[in-house]
Design a protein around this ligand. Sequence first.
Ligand code: NDP
Length: 249
Amino acid sequence: MVPIDLTGKNCLITGGTRGIGAAISLALAHAGASTAAVYRADGTAANMSLEARRACGGDHRNYRTDISKSTQVTALADLAGRHFDGRLHALILNAGIGMHNPIAETSDADWHRVMDTNLTSAFFLVRAFRPLLQPGGSVVAIASGAGHDGLPGLAAYGASKAGLILFTHAIAQDLGPDGIRANVVSPGFIDTEFSGRRADDERRQRIAAGNALRRVGVPNDVAGAVLFFVSDLATFITGQTIRVNGGVV
Ligand code: NDP
């Protein structure tokens, strides 16, 4: 096994305090990176995540920011940029919200909330952090199986994730000449608070039976793929998507 050493690397993870994002932040901290985790409201989860990362040693912090607001993202880039001495090596676009609604029951506000949080935020974040990203650095976006396949009740959510996938593949072309990579990790069902609200034990069993590995995913399954993309194991890989779904067919 090739060890992944991210000592001296600065990483910012949106939604990095809970669920999949907390596992990503902790995996990066374990590999030696300095981490900045962004959250919207849940200070208790943010403190727990920070404590776990600080136990790894190194420099870790949290920022409370609503990434769907352009002005807040600009302020975040200014603050985090000063803390990181103007150098960022990995920008992980993980924060997202779900919405499961038949289209007839989807209000204008629902549509905009999902798009603003899951897609428009990626534009705000990449634009604001672009000047800080270092050659050899990378952007990793967390999409979803719903961004590849049309699933019932997931038109708005799926469209936001399909947009995120294309956005990331396109910025790989824009950032590549400066030595910056951009890739997508696209999870299937992963057991978190986000997914748990809609999954009782019976549904979990059905989901497990529907993939080749016959189990539901856990946040660390996603974190492993992110770590790979961020690391020097992936220096010639950009504009790609890895699906982390246990082999759903
Ligand atoms: P969780 O709901 O467990 O965590 C979401 C995180 O995002 C929290 O830290 C939350 O902050 C933060 N967040 C949400 N909105 C904003 C905002 N406007 N500004 C800043 N931070 C925000 O979600 P998961 O860990 O399950 O999901 C993470 C990502 O993975 C999402 O993009 C999701 O779409 C995707 N995904 C998840 C799957 C799953 O089965 N779990 C499957 C496929 C994709 P706070 O704690 O303060 O609310």
